[in-house]
Write a protein that binds this ligand. Sequence first.
Ligand SMILES: NC(=O)c1ccc[n+]([C@@H]2O[C@H](COP(=O)([O-])OP(=O)(O)OC[C@H]3O[C@@H](n4cnc5c(N)ncnc54)[C@H](OP(=O)(O)O)[C@@H]3O)[C@@H](O)[C@H]2O)c1
Length: 221
Amino acid sequence: MKTILITGAGSGLGAELAKQWANEGNHIVLVGRTKQKLEGVQRSIKNGSSSIYTCDISDSKQVAELMEALEKNETVVDLLVNNAGVGAFGALEEIPIEDIHQVLDTNVKGTIFLTQALLKTLKKGGGRVMNIISTAGLKGKNHESVYVASKYAVRGFTESLWKELEDTNASATAVYMGGMDTPFWSDTDHVKDSSRLKSPSEKAKQIIHLDEGQKEIFIDR
Ligand SMILES: NC(=O)c1ccc[n+]([C@@H]2O[C@H](COP(=O)([O-])OP(=O)(O)OC[C@H]3O[C@@H](n4cnc5c(N)ncnc54)[C@H](OP(=O)(O)O)[C@@H]3O)[C@@H](O)[C@H]2O)c1
């Protein structure tokens, strides 16, 4: 049994990974900003166990509080899944400044804060960081400049971790996938009909199936 901390576990891919990994008997630490969403996912976990921690990962103070709470509860994380992410789409000159901050603060800084905070534990226990990127971390896309920039940053961060962790017990995995039908698209018309995209349940299944601790997992390219 592993203890797997998943950020953004209240919906979409994070929720599906949580349910499927829990089903395999792992303990899942569900992290997100909205308690009710995390509680909903916790209720849907039939096998395995889970715990809930609310945290805005873009806020380093909240991340430090999360670490304190985990320590207090003697929760030792084996696998950190940096999954929480937000988008901002459209012509660059039309993207509000606050949205640019939110995308970079969540996708990039949030991933870095969580990884930095847990690295000592992961190194000690032979643990791993899994960063959920996107095909947006592989190629530029029209009207996705800010989102793509954030995902390239996470890719660069992950590839640098490979070097930094070379002589340690810890490791890092980058995961690349294309569109999924999740609430990610609910505040934008960038994707006209998200119901045509693949289900997050299917993508979670593929990730878990393909995951053998390797450096990269390509679900789509
Ligand atoms: N959907 C796609 O087409 C697609 C394709 C490729 C890659 N991805 C990536 O897959 C990951 C999961 O996305 P998804 O599609 O499953 O979207 P989603 O359903 O919107 O899930 C994202 C989760 O992140 C949480 N979150 C957002 N900001 C946060 C913050 N500051 N602190 C903590 N939690 C935060 C949200 O919950 P709260 O608001 O309650 O915090 C939400 O549950 C993202 O990294 C996304 O970039 C998505």
